[in-house]
Write a protein that binds this ligand. Structure first.
Ligand code: F6R
Length: 632
């Protein structure tokens, strides 16, 4: 449905998989229609994280449904410059890895800007690339992703609507965002070749996909003014463009963020809370100070008509917020608190905290972890993956060197450790970019992270026997790209759950993270719990699941169902707990777009949550950790 605020049609899907399937179906239909007419089908291709599941679905359709690409010609949007075609990060490699190697497309029909063109003749090559596209009839269907700054292709902000295929400078934000493909930012090329906005606009049909963290730029592109500062907003002038997005990327659209502004809405308690919080934060007022006029002037007159008195509504929301805040994450023993977010009648509770990487527990819920333990609950931590790719080569050789010295110091035969050190040094010295570590180096990297996790647990007071290192196999590819969830991952998780029979499970609920480790870790837990419930495990009816967010983001304030305050001392204690993860300090491989260290991110985020509650009129705490309950 096209909404009045939206100037481009937008289709929202529950998740990336379903959105990608729809795009794949439209592509397949076009290919087949064209094939039936004996015509070529020209597709404009994008790279990056966004189309990965789409390409996977196209490969599946080719294998299982006989979808042929014999009549398909592809033109890619862009390529880094300069870059060797065979480099792992080149878009040439990307396209072959994800799509071309697995389908029956004619290799002569693949056009990708060439990052090896000499600079002097780039203009000529770009013109020839465009001419070829025109000669072949132009793009029938153009696929696009969108950058956090609104770029399409590599048309960064400032790119005009008449821009052509050319060499461009990459925005620093783009280089930071794409760092995950490289070892660190200094390795990300500064230049790229891209088709221009005018080329993109000539496509007969455009599908722009956006998942996860893109909510704000999607809203600006679809609802904002057309401006070269947000290149994707120029798509408002295309006659046949649709945005395909998932729920996470839809959260800033008016129809989702403030549905009361778009006409009809059903005033559930959740929506009332969301509306009142949004107006209070916008006006910088506490919930209890909102007046009738504030409601009327901010699109909430409907709510007043339906529910009556503004002050009554203020009070209702105030208590909803107040009841969420508790210093007792596992319930307060023997207290009668009917509105408490957790049950108070079961005490002590068995709590199982799933941590995708060996430091997510302390980073994301360290304050809560300490409270759970200090309040007498039986706390277990399950480290789902080894986290072995995020340890530098320097760090691992330093530790092996320590092992050699240690054995020497105590007269232990160190022939073996010397051999391991020498092998590791040789291997690392000759290691190619993106080459997998040897199994030996990977296991030592995993050991380093395991020791850090154990040390953090001891620091918090959790016994070694309650630390569970799961080493889920889906993670063990030795590269940034992980396998999907497998049966062994589920079996290992079910076994642990059956062994502990927890009353509380905590897990990283990063539903918006499209391909990352956290998402798979979460799916594994959900699938395991569903199966155990279906199998009629008796304890499962008493097992509540609480989701925390990983290091990268926080829940929206109106979604939070349990908020755990922290004192300044607890903030410091958590900081020192994070410091124990020394392999993750300063320079971490695959750091991502945020250059702050993990303890800084955690403190900023927890401090910000506390400030939001204070702004709404709650008690001002130093910091807060936040949770949402998952029902199954
Ligand atoms: C890639 C491209 C870019 C990406 C955009 C989003 O060919 O043209 O515009 O679509 O940078 O990147 P991801 O998909 O990695 O979030």
């Amino acid at each position: 449905m096209m909404d009045s605020f939206e100037k481009i049609p937008v289709k929202i899907f529950p998740n990336v998989t379903e959105g990608s399937k729809l795009v794949a179906q439209e592509i397949a239909q076009l290919i087949r229609e064209k094939a039936a007419r004996n015509e070529p089908c020209v597709l404009g291709m994008a790279t990056g994280n966004t189309p990965v599941l789409l390409y996977k679905e196209l490969v599946r359709m080719h294998r299982e449904e006989g979808l042929s690409f014999k009549n398909v010609i592809t033109f890619n949007l862009d390529e880094y410059y300069p870059i060797d075609k065979n480099a792992y990060q080149s878009y040439w490699s990307f396209m072959h890895r994800h799509l071309f190697n697995h389908i029956d497309i004619d290799p002569n029909n693949l056009y990708i800007p060439d990052g090896t063109w000499p600079k002097e003749s780039i203009k000529k090559h770009c013109a020839a690339y465009e001419q070829k596209l025109v000669d072949l009839g132009g793009v029938d269907l153009q696929l696009l992703g969108i950058g956090l700054n609104g770029h399409i292709g590599f048309n960064e902000p400032g790119s005009g609507q008449f821009s052509k295929t050319r060499l461009v400078n990459l925005d620093n934000t783009t280089r930071i965002a794409n760092t995950y493909e490289f070892e660190n930012i200094s390795k990300v090329p500064r230049l790229a070749l891209t088709m221009g906005i005018s080329n993109i606009m000539q496509a007969k049909r455009i599908l722009l996909m956006a998942w996860g963290q893109k909510a704000s730029i999607v809203a600006r592109s679809v609802e904002g003014d057309v401006t070269e500062q947000v290149p994707a907003s120029i798509l408002q002038q295309h006659p046949d463009c649709t945005f395909i997005i998932d729920e996470a990327a839809s959260t800033e659209l008016t129809r989702v963020k403030s549905p009361w502004l778009t006409g009809n809405c059903d005033w559930t308690p959740t929506l009332i809370k969301k509306a009142v919080i949004s107006v209070a934060l916008k006006l910088n007022k506490s919930v209890l100070s909102l007046t009738v006029n504030d409601y009327l002037e901010n699109g909430l007159s409907d709510l007043l008509v339906e529910k009556g008195d503004a002050y009554e509504i203020n009070l209702q929301v105030f208590y909803l917020l107040k009841n969420i805040i508790t210093g007792w994450p596992a319930g307060k023993p023997n207290a009668s608190l009917p509105d408490h977010p957790e049950r108070c009648d079961i005490h002590p509770k068995r709590c199982l905290i799933f941590s995708p990487h060996p430091d997510d527990d302390i980073i994301s819920m360290g304050g809560t972890l300490m409270r759970l333990h200090d309040q007498g609950n039986e706390v277990h931590v399950a480290y789902q993956t080894s986290g072995n790719i995020a340890v530098t080569d320097e760090f691992v050789t330093r530790f092996i060197d320590f092992a050699v010295g240690f054995e020497e110091m105590f007269g232990i035969d160190n022939q073996m450790s010397r051999r391991i050190l020498e092998d590791a040094r040789n291997y690392i010295a000759n290691k190619q970019k993106d080459q997998q570590d040897t199994a030996e180096i990977r296991s030592i990297k995993g050991l380093i992270r395991r020791c850090e996790a154990k040390a953090t647990c001891r620091y918090v007071g959790i016994a070694d026997a309650n630390c569970h290192f799961m080493n889920l196999p889906f993670y063990e590819t030795g590269t940034v790209n992980k396998n999907p969830m497998g049966e062994v991952d589920i079996q290992l998780t079910m076994e642990l759950l059956k062994q502990i029979k927890p009353h509380q499970v905590y897990c990283a609920g990063d539903l918006a993270d499209p391909h990352g480790t956290h998402k798979v870790c979460l799916e594994v837990i959900f699938e395991s719990l569903r199966r155990l419930k279906a199998a009629g495990e008796s304890w499962i009816t008493d097992c509540w699941v609480w989701l925390y967010k990983g290091a990268w983001q926080e829940w929206d304030i109106s979604e939070i169902e349990m908020a755990i305050p922290m004192s300044p001392d607890q903030v410091m204690k958590k900081r020192f707990g994070i410091f124990i993860h020394q392999s993750q300090k300063d320079m971490v491989p695959f750091q991502g777009a945020d250059s702050r260290e993990f303890w800084q991110r955690a403190e900023d985020r927890n401090g910000h949550t506390a400030q939001l509650y204070a702004a709404l009129g709650m008690t001002q705490y130093a910091a807060m950790e936040a949770f949402v309950r998952w029902h199954y």
